[in-house]
Design a protein around this ligand. Structure first.
Ligand code: OGA
Ligand code: MN
Length: 198
């Protein structure tokens, strides 16, 4: 099975999926470079909470983000977005989620920043249906560096702790799974997106 088939199969069975090496080291390095270049150019801003006029509460989430649109899409990102489009179609064909579009941002967590336990669906906007998180960290990221994604497949039992290794893709149904980002000792990079329905 290719990674798209693995994701579709796991989503149908469990509602979530982790694929190490979804993006290879070369592709991850190219996308990381695009992310860092935009960050160096000052294009990021502190992330907010909630939809619309989001408010910044850095004790709840401490990352900086850059929303992706046609004006800031480099070649590596373009290639990835093509794969996400193929995934959207595959998921719709097999799971009938009616995913319509993808909203996505780069996220950079400075050392010490995290994101408290939450669900990805807003109270006043239920369009976010499928979350995708692709880590863009350096290949030498280790568990001791922190930045783990705590993920509760079941709210009653102990969470998984997922190492944010570059190239790993995490996907899950946005309204179902509690998750949390633990602080890291070094800068933590990702591209995070939400497929939305109507
Ligand atoms: C988010 C989020 C998790 C991660 O941006 O909503 O939960 O591992 N990110 O970056
Ligand atoms: Mn989240």
């Amino acid at each position: 099975m290719n990674s798209e088939q693995v994701i579709v199969t796991d989503l149908a069975q469990f509602g979530w999926c982790v694929v190490p090496g979804f993006l290879d080291e070369t592709g991850t390095a190219a996308l990381r470079a695009e992310c860092l270049q935009a960050h160096a150019a000052g294009a990021f801003h502190a992330a907010g909470i909630g939809s619309g006029q989001a408010q910044v509460h850095s004790e709840v989430r401490g990352d900086h983000v850059l929303w992706v649109d046609e004006t800031n899409t480099g070649p590596a990102l373009h290639e990835l977005l093509d794969r996400f489009e193929s995934l959207r179609q595959g998921v719709n064909q097999e799971l009938f989620l009616g995913l319509l579009d993808l909203e996505t941002h780069f996220a950079i967590y400075p050392p010490g920043a995290g994101y408290q336990r939450h669900l990805d669906r807003f109270r006043d906007d239920d369009r976010r249906s499928l979350t995708v998180i692709l880590y863009l960290n350096e290949p030498d990221w280790r568990e001791e560096d922190g930045g783990l994604l705590r993920f509760w497949p079941d709210p009653e039992t102990a969470p998984l702790e997922i190492v944010p290794a570059g190239g790993t893709l995490v996907t899950f149904l946005s309204d179902r799974f509690w998750h949390e980002v633990l602080p890291a000792t070094r800068q933590r990079l990702s591209l995070t997106g939400w497929f939305r329905r109507r």
